[in-house]
Design a protein around this ligand. Sequence first.
Ligand SMILES: [Zn+2]
Length: 390
Amino acid sequence: MHPLKAPSPDGNRVKKVLPSVIDEEQSMFVQGRLITDNILVAMECFHWMKKKMKEKKILMNEKPSKTFNPERGLQQGDPISAYLFVICADVLSGLLKKEAVGGGSIHGTQVARRAPKISHLFFVDDSILFSRASVKEVEKLLEVLTTYLKASSQVVNLEKSEASFIRNMRDEVKQMIHNRMWNRDLVMQCFNRNEALQAISIPLSIRNPMDSLIWYRERNGEYSVKSAYHLIKGMEEAEGAGPLNRLKETIWKVRMLPRIKNFVWRLCKDILPTEANLLKKGSCFETLCPLCSEAPESSSHLFFLCPFAKRVWFAFPTNTRVPENVDVVSWMEECLGGKEVRVDQLLCICLWKIWGARNKRVFDGKDSDPYCVAQDVMDAAWECEVAETW
Ligand SMILES: [Zn+2]
């Protein structure tokens, strides 16, 4: 018999003599032995070998090669892979047999009264599963398949899979069974191939609830524009096309000290330790802006809305518009990356100096004069310029 073909009924006769003729190293299909015994022994062996293995060198053209670690492995096309596949498939066979013969929950088929019951036939990577046409048995089959697929990391080729019924099957029963499976044609029509295959591979709920539309970004399943906006923004960022990614490039191109770039980038990501951010992280107190004590200290307040920040920007020579209701990232997108390289530099240094004034107030208890801060910005930019020309 070809090693990959399904066993014939002779198998039952062979089975009886197997325990007395097969070495104890083999446990597959031998009555009274468990495949798990060998797995445990093998694990122990591999563990021991791993501990024992040392780096090796070999002589190549009479010169010692680089050191390497000897490893076990299997590459594609290795003649043994087909046999390994058969061995793995036997686990599925075992699971089905357990349900069919042991549990009686899958009945299989019988071509004649005295013929053997067949619950499944495997042809290398094609399989035929037989069961009674009842929702309960189909569910059991799906359960066994799911268990096997999860354990083996194999995937059912859904495009090639189908359900066939005997000829006199009632339409209502067919419909009930089909209801327990995805309507493959409809799913294929609605989505692109990859999405459809992903959808179909999700096992259907055993409770069989009514179909309904659910927006998974919201807890209550209802669609909201806000969550869709965040979804798209997240996708853009992941693809490298979102505003933060563009800003990152712009900021890194500005000629200034790396620590200022780093600060501006942290501001964009909104991870500066402002009071509002600390509150988000679980700080117990909400303290007001240390520079004006008029509002909670958020990034947009500290850098734009705070009277102190407004005065700094007012004294600033670039005519920069101070936004009333725009977040930091949107403002940077609008103002940075223009033709004037110096403007980018000045704006970044100005943000940095406002943060410095805030820290001076928080940590040293000292107030700064907004006009002096604006002057400081100009001086720092000038120093950068001098440093570059030297
Ligand atoms: Zn303030």
